[in-house]
Design a protein around this ligand. Structure first.
Ligand code: DC
Length: 236
């Protein structure tokens, strides 16, 4: 069976993954899958149900019974058990809690299963922390995006400001550093670049420059398939 084309984009918080992944997916006519949104939806549901974040078994059981849907239209709404949680999962409270539940192996198992199902639907750009290392090990292109901690915090702070959330830049940087540290240290699928990933430091770069760079890397990788019309047929 022919494998759908896959681009894996991993990296720490605020490296620009989702903005870049969305732009690439749009240009190639691929699906965009935001795996962080899935972990956020589980963290949000645990908070809403007042399940203590330390209750690993209870959270794993809840995750198995949770339905998460990512809308593929441009609105890209995120649904958890039919409820629109698109904005709710971006709250600072969810951001502070999500790494804890993302370290639980059974939660990851459940969400990886959903992520692979999504990748089975067509050409895909998927972003997260373990896409190149674990979720899509045979991805056609693997990118690991980084940027300085200061720049990443500043980007996230601007995003929160726009959404009307009043946190100081120092607070945002502290939360983000703590989350990255936790994501890098966990035992299961930690945040590390895949051996065959291309590292791109986005500090000081414009979004368009990075998108163009990745598209050109992708074209080089799949040149043979493009020549045979494989990429074109995937886009239709
Ligand atoms: O990309 P994001 O900031 O929305 O991700 C939220 C959290 O989810 C992040 O702190 C780590 C976790 N995550 C993960 O462990 N594996 C992924 N593939 C995606 C996200």
């Amino acid at each position: 069976m022919k494998k759908n084309l896959q681009i894996a984009i991993d990296g720490p918080a605020g490296a620009g993954k989702s903005t870049i992944a969305k732009a690439i997916a749009r240009q190639l006519g691929f699906f965009y899958v935001d795996t962080g949104a899935m972990y956020r939806a589980i963290a949000y549901k645990a908070l809403r149900l007042n399940i203590a974040l330390t209750q690993e078994e209870e959270i794993a059981g809840m995750a198995r019974q949770t339905e998460i849907t990512l809308e593929h239209s441009t609105a890209r709404r995120v649904f958890c058990d039919g409820l629109d949680v698109t904005e709710a999962i971006r709250s600072p409270e969810v951001s502070r809690s999500v790494s804890i539940i993302a370290a639980y192996p059974e939660v990851r198992e459940r969400l990886v299963e959903l992520q692979r199902q999504e990748a089975g639907q067509g050409g895909v750009v998927m972003d997260g922390r373990d896409i190149g290392t674990y979720v899509l090990p045979d991805a056609d292109l693997k990118i690991f995006l980084t940027a300085s901690s200061e720049e990443r915090a500043r980007r996230r702070w601007l995003e929160l400001q726009r959404a009307g959330k009043e946190l100081s830049l120092a607070e945002v940087q502290r939360d983000m550093d703590a989350r990255d540290h936790y994501d890098q240290q966990r035992a299961v699928s930690p945040l590390i670049p895949a051996a065959d990933a291309i590292l791109l430091d986005t500090t000081g770069l414009q979004i368009e420059e990075i998108v163009d760079r990745i598209l050109s890397l992708f074209n080089d990788k799949v040149e043979d398939k493009v020549e045979t019309g494989y990429v074109r047929s995937q886009n239709q």
